[in-house]
Design a protein around this ligand. Structure first.
Ligand code: IMP
Ligand code: MG
Length: 185
């Protein structure tokens, strides 16, 4: 059976991270997290919507019993640039005081979203607060964020797939692809 066609091939310049490399790295991250939190409580805080595929695959590799919760922040909207302004669209269901909280993110770009999230979550007095991101664009950072687990450092290119969208579409691709140049402009 052939692979289903999920996107017009002219919309992507290249596949940056194929599915097998994603899955192999996520298994490593899960093993590392399981080791680091052994014997402790753990709450995975997924930032909607981009991190849902990553969360679903990562948690299957975490052997420590853990809860999950979700938060949604304002995204870029129609533009591909970060405004630096972050709003909470959906808050957590439960308090996080005295819990080990691990933020699960799809990508850190300028750092504004996570910088803001960390600041407001720290006020809720978790026992620990760490960050796990699948993708990291270090060259784009405008504000410093301490990231504890990184799946892949990637170049300054707009990527989509595996949870990440282009205009809210293509989150279902099983790989990370680079958006075609002609769609930027
Ligand atoms: P930051 O506040 O600039 O770090 O932006 C983080 C958010 O921007 C991520 O959670 C994504 O939703 C979005 N984002 C940043 N870069 C990309 C990209 O290359 N593709 C898709 N979304 C992106
Ligand atoms: Mg996002």
């Amino acid at each position: 059976m052939s692979e289903p066609v999920l996107i017009d091939p002219s919309y992507i310049d290249e596949i940056l991270i194929p599915a097998d490399r994603l899955q192999a790295r996520i298994a490593e991250l899960g093993a590392q997290i399981s080791h680091d939190y052994a014997g402790q409580d753990l709450l995975l805080l997924s930032v909607l919507k981009g991190s849902i595929l990553f969360l679903a695959d990562l948690m299957r590799h975490i052997t420590v019993p853990h809860a999950i919760d979700f938060m949604a922040t304002s995204s870029y909207g129609p533009e591909l640039q970060s405004s630096g302004v972050v709003r909470i669209l959906k808050d957590l269901d439960r308090p996080i005081a005295n819990l080990n909280v691990l933020i699960v993110e799809d990508i850190i770009d300028t750092g504004h979203t996570l910088h803001y999230l960390v600041r407001i979550l720290q006020e809720r007095r978790p026992k620990t607060l760490r960050i796990c991101t699948l993708l990291n664009k270090p060259s784009r950072r405008e504000i410093d964020v301490a990231v504890d687990y990184i799946g892949f450092d990637i170049p300054n290119k707009f990527v989509l797939g595996y949870g990440l969208d282009y205009m809210e579409l293509y989150r279902n691709l099983p790989y990370i692809a680079v958006l075609a140049r002609h769609l930027y402009t």
